[in-house]
Design a binder for this molecule. Sequence first.
Ligand code: NAG
Ligand code: NAG
Ligand code: NAG
Ligand code: NAG
Ligand code: NAG
Ligand code: NAG
Ligand code: NAG
Ligand code: NAG
Length: 426
Amino acid sequence: MYIKMENFCYLKIFFFIFIISSSSEAENMNMRNRVDKSSVFLVNVLSFGARANDQRDHTKAFVAAWDKACKSSSSSVHFIIPRGEFSVGPLRFSGPCTNVTNLTVQVKGHLKASTNLSKYRSGGGWIEFGWINGLTLTGGGTFDGQGALAWPFNNCTSDSNCKLLPTSLKFVGMNRTVVRRISSVNSKFFHIALVECRDFKGTRLNITAPSDSPNTDGIHIERSSNVYFSRSHIATGDDCVSIGQGNSQITITSIKCGPGHGISVGSLGKYPNEKDVKGLVVRDCKMSGTTNGIRIKTWADSPGLSAATNMTFENIIMNNVTNPIIIDQSYCPFSSCASNVPSKVKLSEIYFKNIRGTSSSRVAVQLHCSRGIPCKKVYLENVHLDLSSSEGGRKQSRNREYEAVSSSCRNVRANYIGTQIPPPCH
Ligand SMILES: *[C@@H]1O[C@H](CO)[C@@H](O)[C@H](O)[C@H]1NC(C)=O
Ligand SMILES: *[C@@H]1O[C@H](CO)[C@@H](O)[C@H](O)[C@H]1NC(C)=O
Ligand SMILES: *[C@@H]1O[C@H](CO)[C@@H](O)[C@H](O)[C@H]1NC(C)=O
Ligand SMILES: *[C@@H]1O[C@H](CO)[C@@H](O)[C@H](O)[C@H]1NC(C)=O
Ligand SMILES: *[C@@H]1O[C@H](CO)[C@@H](O)[C@H](O)[C@H]1NC(C)=O
Ligand SMILES: *[C@@H]1O[C@H](CO)[C@@H](O)[C@H](O)[C@H]1NC(C)=O
Ligand SMILES: *[C@@H]1O[C@H](CO)[C@@H](O)[C@H](O)[C@H]1NC(C)=O
Ligand SMILES: CC(=O)N[C@H]1CO[C@H](CO)[C@@H](O)[C@@H]1O
């Protein structure tokens, strides 16, 4: 996707008075817990008027519960969303939660997003977490974006005054976040997006949307550092993981992608003042039936200078992938940019190691770098990509199959080590 993620303008409200209400048992327990600062302060949405499997909108109850959790004087807080279905509109879970150092949001239930699009801010999130330290989001629950009713309103490629649909889970300005064992289905736009986050760990995520759903990227990362995603399954209609501008120290490991558009760096170079991408490792991933495997894409005619460097893609299995390895520095999805000005994004120190499997197109390796700034230090080590067996393909000798795949290079002189199928560009 080519859309810039904006910061939010969060309204930061500080409460100086305690809300005194002790109607339920849970509340009484909460009051007692507050006295002992070392114990865990429990906040259950049911204590704030939410009812499982009740068709009503529960946004207000969730917001009231969050307020209580975040303003707690206890250092450790558990925010509980129990089993059952809960319908909610846009939610902003924002900090700072001054005295809370560990905040666990335990989602066991199935959250359903409101389908009333006028409730959402353009480019915002359905559920936004912002400016919190030490958040853990877990519990095995599901975030259901109910995207099917929204996708027909995704018309930003044809309407410049369009409203961007909401990302299901958006994290902004967060430190020390863990997201573990949750599912996200049918987001209206991206499933998960990180903006300006530090020390983020995501693991055991299950992300799904139909292969023809628009812009349902699994995970989008921007202007963040020390981010680690692992052991997840992502099947969507757009990028599996997209790594945008300004990221450093990003590790993506043991992810199964497909269907979708594969793992992408970029697109970079659309806006002025973009920051560099550096220190990316993608390791032990499997791509099945995706349009791209590993893709690096930068816009033609980029307005500013930037760079992407030190990127390693290692132990990647491609299963019937259309473009297993692809660098495209003349990305331009709109017909308006026929100006033919080369990209000003400098790509260097790119390592592809142990990439094997099958390609559904003949050009299995495409390295198309910028005419203005050729790629530097590109290494391919042990690449073995055969053509996916098509009808009659099995009858071909293996050697003929090897000959069938090829490499295409522009403005790059790559370094080749070990096995090379397809054969290198000459
Ligand atoms: C946070 O902790 C400080 C210092 O212990 C205390 O003065 C303040 O009242 C606490 N704030 C809340 C909201 O409990
Ligand atoms: C949709 O949300 C808007 C804004 O909150 C509200 O005014 C409108 O009544 C809602 N529409 C329906 C059908 O609920
Ligand atoms: C996160 O850490 C950075 C760097 O230490 C700091 O500047 C920022 O204020 C922290 N964010 C929050 C929400 O505390
Ligand atoms: C794009 O979708 C919006 C609804 O989100 C609609 O108001 C607008 O007319 C649509 N534009 C086009 C060109 O279809
Ligand atoms: C992931 O979610 C999809 C859709 O809800 C479900 O069909 C699938 O079984 C889940 N997979 C795992 C490993 O939990
Ligand atoms: C390249 O990135 C890796 C992984 O993030 C990091 O460990 C390494 O120090 C970086 N190398 C250089 C030369 O910056
Ligand atoms: C491989 O992918 C192509 C298109 O991407 C598809 O038409 C074909 O059915 C796939 N083959 C297998 C064996 O899945
Ligand atoms: C119980 C728990 O998870 N404690 C953690 C709270 O956060 C600090 C860091 O601020 C950790 O060191 C604790 O282990």
